[in-house]
Design a protein around this ligand. Structure first.
Ligand code: HEC
Length: 512
């Protein structure tokens, strides 16, 4: 074998080195990547720990940025982008991750200075043109403790709406963007939270993994950083029953010094228009587990599987999984009747309690009656799990507290055919306690039979049946004996045809 000329080798490797770091500079390559993907959170006054708006700031964190991007910790996005995509997805392309790595390895050259803009506002909001009809604000500002711990507080905000109201747009306005990490808004017409509010001397009340009690509609609207005002599709709206209150579960991020927040919610009413209801409902819940109850003994790793068969056609708009600290992963998919490959909905391989969020589908997904929604979640109650809140593992049972676990997927849906047969009804998403209160507006045939059915509705008899007349009817149904689970309320016309149906979940009071 002839010897290679050492000079040529040297030249070659020098060339390689040059190609390796070729031209990757801050101004040429890195700045645009950071501006597109990071600056909306990493600039003054925002939630990101430090600003990344100049060469000096970015290069000071160079190695750390290389680490957090290559390990996919930043930008924060926990859904597996190889499984499914969402409209609010935040991911870097592999090429961008490599470019950042190459730049750091090449000594972070600045390159030719391009005018240093004063922090370009990458998330420049498209502020709604319209004035909100109603602005609901926190009654006081809340001061989180100035310590390096996340804090969770619930605020009950009255809307003073004396009538049932349809909402066609919502905007959550964080009062202090440095600390507001997540807000989950539920709707509740009763005063059931008053006692909890009294218990905590501060404004609102502390609650870790949820509001601590069931609500008329949990996860009615959620906000996480970068979420803009939402206007729902023409002819669709969210619903607030008369007297409804907004129950806002806030997650405040850690800071070294006390920070105050006073957030507000802007509502845009759908006046006088008839709308299809966009409903959020926890169709995947512990009652749909295929075996076992949600019990995670100390020092065990357990995977739970749940499924639910849709009783009617829906359009799915978003998914919000809910679990506490032991949870490690989620996989959610749908099996549509007559098709073999399941529709992949959401996979989270590294569940992070502090980056909870709603995953908005790119387009509403039509799921026909008979579709099976499946969810798998894995919980690690060993010390291998760095998030285990206990230094010595203890048994975990269902609940919203720190040493409890949750298993819930909230689906934001629209019934594909509502108001067929002139039935309009207001049924809570979640029912607890002794009675189901619903309002039915029946305006076609003279008489309807209203039935409440369980999962095996089609084979079995309805659990409840009653005759109602045309017009507005208030239904109050004793359901104390009904076991927890998913149900439908159905309207059957004079000739026995099923004409409208709505799902609800019966859950014990501490369900959420
Ligand atoms: C949605 C808001 C958001 C976006 C987008 C975002 N970050 Fe962050 N980043 C945060 C928050 C909040 C923290 C504080 C740590 C935490 O809570 O996870 C953080 C922390 C960091 C840290 C410090 C990590 C540590 O352990 O202290 C680095 C470095 C970082 N981000 C880099 C980036 C880079 C680079 C991008 C873009 C590729 C980016 N971030 C995009 C919100 C964001």
């Amino acid at each position: 074998m002839p010897h290679a000329n050492p000079l040529i080798l040297l030249l070659f490797s020098a060339l390689c080195l040059d190609i390796y770091g070729q031209g990757v500079t801050y101004y040429g390559d890195i700045k645009p990547i950071i501006e597109r993907n990071c600056v909306s959170c990493h600039r003054a006054g925002e939630v990101g720990a430090m600003p990344l708006t100049s060469y000096d700031q970015v290069s000071a964190y160079g190695r750390m940025i290389q680490y957090v991007t290559s390990s996919k910790l930043m930008p924060p996005w926990y859904a597996d982008a190889a499984y499914s995509h969402f409209s609010n997805e935040r991911v870097l392309a592999d090429m961008e991750i490599k470019t950042i790595g190459d730049w750091v390895s090449a000594g972070m050259p600045p390159g030719n200075i391009v005018e240093e803009n004063p922090s370009p506002d990458a998330s420049q909001k498209t502020t709604p043109q319209r004035q909100p009809d109603l602005v609901i604000s926190m009654a006081e500002s809340f001061e989180q403790y100035g310590i390096y711990l996340d804090q969770y507080q619930v605020f009950v905000l009255p809307t003073h709406l004396s009538e049932d109201t349809w909402i066609e747009g919502v905007e959550f306005v964080p009062g202090n963007k440095k600390i507001v990490r997540f807000a989950a808004i539920a709707i509740e017409p009763t005063d059931k939270f008053d006692s909890l509010d009294r218990w905590d001397p501060r404004y609102g009340f502390y609650s870790f993994g949820g509001t601590g009690k069931t609500t008329f509609e949990p996860y009615w609207y959620t906000w996480s950083p970068q979420q803009e005002a939402t206007f729902f599709e023409e002819g669709t709206a969210k619903f607030i029953p008369a007297g409804g209150k907004l129950v806002v579960h806030m997650h405040y991020g850690p800071t070294g010094r006390p920070e105050k927040d006073s957030s507000s919610i802007r509502l845009y009413l759908a006046r006088g228009k008839k709308a299809k209801r966009i409903q959020t409902i926890p169709l995947i819940n512990p009652y749909t587990l295929s075996s076992d109850s949600l019990f995670i003994p100390a020092n065990s790793v357990k995977t739970f599987h749940a499924s639910y068969i849709l009783p009617y056609d829906i359009e799915l708009m978003s998914l919000t999984p809910q679990a506490n600290l032991l949870c490690r992963s989620w996989e959610i998919y749908a099996k549509i009747p007559g098709t073999s490959a399941p529709v992949k909905l959401l996979k989270i391989s590294d569940w992070n309690f502090n980056w909870k969020q709603t995953y908005h589908l790119e387009h509403p997904l039509s799921l026909p009656k008979g579709t099976e929604i499946h969810a798998l979640a894995r919980y690690d109650n060993t010390l291998e799990n760095p998030c285990n809140p206990s230094e010595k593992p203890v048994d975990f049972r269902w609940g919203a507290h720190l040493f409890n676990e949750l298993f819930m997927v909230h689906l934001e849906i629209q019934p594909a055919h509502e108001d067929v047969g002139g039935v309009h009804w207001i049924v809570p998403s979640v029912v607890s306690g002794d009675s189901l209160e619903a309002l039915l507006l029946l305006d076609k045939t003279h008489y309807y039979e209203i039935q409440v059915c369980g999962q095996s509705a089609n084979n079995g008899k309805p659990l409840y049946a009653g005759i109602f007349k045309k017009g507005s009817n208030a239904l109050s149904l004793g359901i104390a004996d009904l076991p927890g689970g998913n149900y439908t309320i159905r309207a059957v016309d004079n000739s026995g045809n099923l004409i409208a149906e709505q799902m609800f979940v019966k859950m014990r009071e501490t369900g959420l």
